[in-house]
Write a protein that binds this ligand. Structure first.
Ligand SMILES: O=C(O)CCC(=O)C(=O)O
Ligand SMILES: [Fe+2]
Length: 432
């Protein structure tokens, strides 16, 4: 009894005095510094808009969790709709934002009162923005001769004279238009898709059937272990190897990179940019030789016959959801390539990309000029030449990466320079 009163009682009193949840709040505060910030949110919204644009989606299908022929089982909230609507609005995609605002206004937020009290008004400024995009939409349908700038100016003028009641009137009108009719009208106003978009949407014509074979000839090792090789294009030459990197090697590669990766940007020249450059992927150059890099470099030589000893570095890249690579060339062009390495070893004659992740939607590599799209199938590796036989640049090798929609896209890229191959693949006259 005495022990209880002397030891337990004060402990219990202390516990009773402690505010409930203090420990939780402390933990949450600690976590806060590792939480995504405004920049992360902007990047992710940009990526989401890119997915919407590239794959020709819209608010209605995305809100239903549909993506082309797939159905996602996660749902977006009304606040998510408003965030995407605002992001589309701010990037000038007015038709898209109109549909997102419409979705938001047509769906009630569960426990709206409690949410509003806790998180603020979900629909702040929504009516005004929706009225503006609806006015833009209606006027551009009626006055097709007006330019975007003229339309914007007229709408801004109308908006400056409008009062709350007018705004509500417009938004009521918007909500009364048949959704399918609105979708049809929005569809009609879309501009023709680029070849990059067509490739990402799987809309290139099926290429003629080329052959598949077991390659047992490029190196003596292949006599023992022939590689599955699929021809993708004969001119320019492009082949896809299957089962050339294992899931265990993918993990090894990730272990060598995670924690040391940096943002790989769409440009290396950061001068005079008007907006932040797109982040292509998180990247890491594996320059220190390791058991892993030796094994992979040996495999590359077995696969291609090329000498990669003078440039043993490998580049690991991890593309997150919505990340993509805009159309570009791999040969020295513009500001993308490091001049120093190119001077010594010659231009980037060939590219070899191992697909070591597990992308289940999106993330194909597209060659817009060749009307070819190749999926980043796990374990495969794509090889292509960037130069003609005489060493001049082949512009047909323009290529891009489609935004990743589901899964993780890990790649291991090898730059194959021209100079070390001078006796393996001597310059010859252009074959085209
Ligand atoms: O990830 C890919 O499929 C291609 C990457 C690429 O184009 C590059 O690294 O230059
Ligand atoms: Fe590339």
């Amino acid at each position: 009894m005495l022990r209880r009163l002397y030891i337990d009682w004060p402990a219990m009193q202390k516990l009773t005095l402690e505010k409930e949840g203090t420990a939780h709040v402390k933990e949450l505060t600690k976590l806060l510094k590792d939480m995504p910030d405004k920049y992360d949110m902007q990047i992710k919204l940009k990526n989401l808009l890119r997915i919407e644009q590239t794959y020709d989606l819209n608010a209605v299908v995305m809100a239903q969790g549909k993506f082309m022929n797939s159905q996602f089982d996660t749902a977006m909230s009304v606040r998510d709709y408003v965030a995407v609507a605002n992001a589309n609005y701010e990037s000038g995609h007015y038709d898209k934002s109109m549909l997102w605002y419409r979705m938001a206004l047509e769906h009630a937020e569960p426990n709206a009162e409690a949410h509003t009290e806790l998180l603020g008004d979900a629909f702040k400024d929504t009516h005004a923005k929706l009225a503006k995009v609806y006015l833009l939409y209606s006027l551009s349908n009626s006055y097709k001769q007006l330019s975007a700038a003229q339309l914007n100016a007229s709408v801004d003028e109308l908006m400056s004279k409008a009062n709350e009641a007018d705004l509500k009137h417009y938004t009521t009108l918007l909500l009364s238009e048949d959704l399918n009719q609105m979708l049809e009208r929005v569809n009609q106003r879309k501009s023709a898709p680029s070849a990059h978009y067509l490739g990402c949407r799987g809309q290139f014509a099926t290429p003629p059937k080329l052959s598949c074979c077991y390659n047992a000839t490029t190196s003596a090792f292949l006599i023992l272990a022939p590689l599955k090789m699929e021809q993708i294009s004969l001119d320019p030459y492009m082949v896809l190897y299957h089962n050339v990197i294992s899931p265990a090697e993918s993990l090894e590669m990730q272990e060598l990179s995670i924690g040391a990766m940096s943002n790989g940007l769409s440009t290396v020249n950061l001068n005079n940019l008007t907006s932040p450059p797109d982040i292509v992927a998180r990247i890491k150059w594996l320059r220190t030789e390791s058991d892993f890099s030796q094994r992979i470099n040996q495999r590359i030589t077995d696969m291609t016959g090329f000498d990669v000893k003078e440039f043993p570095a490998l580049q690991v890249a991890n593309f997150g959801i919505g990340n993509y690579f805009m159309p570009h060339f791999d040969y020295m062009d513009g500001d993308r390539v490091h001049q120093g390495e190119i001077d010594e070893l010659g231009d980037r004659m060939g590219s070899l990309v191992f697909y070591a992740g597990n992308v289940t939607l999106g993330g194909s590599i597209v060659f817009p000029e060749l009307q070819l799209a190749v999926t980043a199938a796990r374990g495969s590796a794509l090889f292509w030449y960037n130069l003609f036989d005489d060493g001049s640049k082949d512009p047909r090798t323009l290529h891009s990466v489609c935004p990743v929609v589901r899964g993780t896209r890990w790649t291991l890229t090898k730059w194959i320079h021209a100079a070390p191959q001078m006796f393996i693949k001597p310059c010859s006259k252009k074959s085209v």
